[in-house]
Write a protein that binds this ligand. Structure first.
Ligand code: PLP
Length: 444
């Protein structure tokens, strides 16, 4: 079948996620035919350096024969069995231990899901169950942040703080959103550290407003990813931790993007020295080769969850799917062979040396990075931080010019994002930055 026929079939039958059908009708779809290492290839032969690791998930790139072999071997040994009703299988148990061994010391249990969205839905269930078990069933309010992304199921999207998503469905009740620590966007007189404290204290204000005996949990991404790689000032997380501890509310850190190495630590909670009650994970756990997500649970929460005398009435047919678990076990094994250290040292340094220099480009108001993730804020005027008219149009233009330059970047409004795979080296980061510069030139 030729590319045009394929695009026609796709346009006629495929309902795409996060896609405007009018764009498909106008411009057609980009058909990705194959991938190798850090590169993807379009069916028309165009080769692109994948600066987004797929959707922030193929952290070890696309060529990992050991993961493929683990998947194939598992299909032979046990292609499916469930983990309901007192059943387990070797890969689910091994993976739960392997993840616990790498997580902060006090998180030792894992509930498996198929995705990050399901994990965030599940954590709502676990939070309610925890407070019921503690004898405080009135504690049901969950505080989250504006512009957060926690997935697109009803629960995940309700926890998320994206207005354009909320406009399309009726959100769950009793979820309350506070400001994000977006210092550049706030264009404030406060220093970043003062602003970090100021936004963290929004949590305390919200707890007091709702009544501390009503609040169950606070959920946040360690660095907001899809919202534009919003890196909190250093003062932010210690203050959030202090407030959660002071009011005894559960802290959920959604590490779907940052878990498994992107900050140069297994989990960003370790990087920021946060002590969460739950960590949400997905994406990089299998290098994106199989769908798998989950909720890691702290010992103090597990103790309460396990004290209930009735069943936990929650789970998915594919919770702990053996093939996905096999892919994850091998992914963790490969990541353990120096990749996390490489992100923390060589690649973090390369990003600071090259990516941050993009701030000199006339279109860039701020270039920021942490570990192996980066963002550029496109502005019309650097000193006033005035944006371009057209709500993200500059970002769309830059995304298109980036593809012309052979680099996949993502646009979130007028913020350009990259999250490249860990298999790159310093020279690739230089190359990637040069392509980004070229894309910015073309977008001017
Ligand atoms: N949480 C965060 C922080 C995410 O970035 C995402 C996806 O991008 C999700 C949850 C949802 O994960 P999934 O798409 O696997 O449902």
């Amino acid at each position: 079948m030729n590319i045009t026929e394929l695009q026609q079939i796709d346009a006629a039958h495929h309902l795409h996620p996060f896609t405007n059908q009018a764009d498909i009708n106008r411009k057609g779809t980009r058909v990705i035919s194959h991938a190798e290492g850090a590169y993807i290839f379009e069916a028309n032969g165009h080769k692109l350096l994948d600066g987004m690791s797929g959707l922030w998930c193929c952290n070890l790139g696309y060529t990992q024969p050991r993961i493929n072999q683990a998947i194939a071997a598992q299909l032979e040994e046990l292609p499916y069995y469930n983990t309901f009703f007192q059943c387990t299988h070797p890969r689910a148990a091994e993976l739960a231990k392997a993840i616990s061994d790498r997580a902060p010391e006090h998180l030792n249990r894992v509930f498996f899901t198929n995705s990050g969205s399901e994990a965030n839905d599940s954590v709502i269930r676990l939070i309610h169950r925890y407070w019921d078990g503690k004898g405080h069933p009135q504690r049901k309010a969950i505080i989250a942040r504006q512009n957060a992304y926690h997935g697109s199921t009803i629960g995940g999207a309700s926890l998320g703080g994206m207005g354009f998503m909320h406009e399309q469905f009726e959100t769950l009740g009793n979820i309350h959103h506070i400001a994000q620590p977006y210092w550049y966007g706030a264009n404030t007189e406060l220093s970043p550290e003062e602003f970090g404290l100021y936004t963290a204290r929004e949590l305390e204000k919200k707890i007091q407003e709702l009544g501390e005996d009503k609040v169950a949990a606070f959920i946040a991404e360690p660095i907001q990813g899809a919202g534009g790689v919003i890196i909190p000032p250093d003062s932010y997380w210690p203050e959030i931790q202090r407030i959660c501890d002071r009011y005894g509310i559960l802290l959920v850190v959604d590490e779907v993007i940052f878990g498994f190495g992107r900050t140069g630590h297994w989990f960003a909670s370790q990087f920021y020295n946060i002590s969460p009650d739950f960590i949400i994970f997905a994406k990089g756990v299998t290098n994106g080769f199989q769908p798998l997500g989950g909720v890691m649970v702290s010992d103090r929460v597990s103790d309460v969850l396990l004290s209930h005398s009735n069943d936990l009435a929650h789970g998915f047919t594919y919770s702990g799917h053996p093939v996905a678990c096999a892919a994850a076990l091998t992914t963790l094994e490969i990541l353990s062979e120096g990749y996390i250290d490489k992100v923390r040292t060589e690649l973090t340094q390369a990003m600071e040396d090259y990516w941050l220099a993009l701030a000199d480009h006339p279109l860039v108001g701020e270039a920021r990075c942490k570990g192996l993730v980066g963002a550029l804020e496109l502005v019309k005027d650097k000193s006033s931080r005035e944006r371009f008219a057209g709500n993200g149009r500059a970002g769309t233009v830059c995304r298109d010019s980036s593809l012309q330059s052979g680099l996949v970047m993502r646009a979130t409004g007028d913020t350009m994002i990259i999250a490249p795979p860990f298999i790159l080296d310093r020279s690739h980061v230089k190359d990637l930055t040069e392509r980004a510069w070229q894309a910015l030139d073309l977008a001017q």
